[in-house]
Design a protein around this ligand. Structure first.
Ligand SMILES: Nc1ncnc2c1ncn2[C@@H]1O[C@H](COP(=O)(O)OP(=O)(O)OP(=O)(O)O)[C@@H](O)[C@H]1O
Ligand SMILES: [Mg+2]
Length: 268
């Protein structure tokens, strides 16, 4: 089982979108996946076509952990049914541990070591998945640190903009300090540049800045700005299930990105 956190210090750069794109690619490739929605906003839960509140949210289990509890609370994504209709031979599961405001309780800077380990402990008792994607809130506070502690690797998401580039550098430093402090096996998988507009000179400049700063840690491929993205998320669809050649091009990019993420964890 590979556990990956999708994080950024800055809000709105595309953590949830990248999580959902990777989940869509995993479903397409037949990789059984659990998305853990740690963000109190529960955007990933909604994007996966699950009505928040239909089962106990992850926040409840974090506060009152019980062995095997994770497998009891997960909900099947609505994407799974569509995928099985299209490709009955590919029987991967895609589940979500639902987000809710309850996780907000842990999003504070002074988390005790006992609390930091809560998610890692829950994951220890589950072996139904090949891949776990953790959608983090926009901070490097308690929840993100709890996610990092439970993870094999971290993907940082950045937009090609001044503040996002600066924020990503800070996140990378925080990640290095975290690794030293807790000497975990955590890897920095790399930085995903999201919402790239090819025609924008500012974006081209910021992308080259990201390349200069992060070198090989800038993951390939870059994810472009997709005009239909909001529509796809609003309809709670997988990008791989959305019609149109352009969108299928983006779906292929997420297939490649998932390959980069997974192989980075395997080779270390
Ligand atoms: N590649 C893209 N093309 C077009 N729109 C995008 C793209 N990526 C993200 N968006 C849009 O940008 C907005 C923010 O994206 P998203 O919610 O994924 O960011 P986030 O980092 O998870 O935000 P938060 O910090 O609030 O959790 C959403 O409306 C989303 O639809
Ligand atoms: Mg989000």
């Amino acid at each position: 089982m590979q556990v990956v956190s999708i994080s950024s210090l800055k809000g709105g750069v595309g953590k949830t979108s990248v999580t959902l794109g990777l989940a869509s690619a995993a479903l397409n490739q037949g990789i059984s996946t659990l998305v853990i929605d740690l963000d109190p906003h529960a955007d990933a839960t909604t994007g996966l076509g699950v009505e928040p509140g239909t089962t106990a949210p992850i926040g409840e289990l974090l506060r009152r952990p019980r062995k095997g509890g994770l497998d009891e609370i997960v909900s099947r994504s609505a994407w799974t049914l569509r995928q099985h209709r299209r490709h009955p031979q590919r029987q991967a599961r895609l589940d979500v541990a639902q987000g809710s405001a309850l996780t907000g309780f842990y999003d504070r800077p002074d988390l005790r070591p006992r609390d930091l380990r809560r998610l890692a402990k829950l994951l220890e008792s589950s072996n139904n998945y090949d891949l776990v994607l953790i959608d983090c809130p926009p901070s490097l506070s308690g929840l993100t640190r709890m996610a990092w502690f439970a993870s094999d690797g971290v993907v940082l998401v950045a937009e090609p903009s001044l503040f996002s580039v600066a924020g990503t550098e800070r996140s990378l430093r925080a990640l290095e300090l975290f690794r030293k402090e807790f000497s975990t096996h955590l890897r920095t998988v790399g930085v995903v540049a999201n919402r790239y507009r090819e025609a924008s000179p500012e974006h081209a400049f910021r992308l080259s800045e990201l390349r200069g700063m992060f070198g090989e840690r800038l993951l390939s491929p870059v994810i472009p700005e997709v005009p239909a993205w909001q529509q796809i998320q609003g309809a709670a669809h997988a990008v791989h299930h959305w019609p149109g050649e352009d969108i299928q091009g983006t779906a292929t990019l997420f297939d490649e990105l998932l390959g980069s993420v997974r192989s980075s964890l395997e080779t270390h």
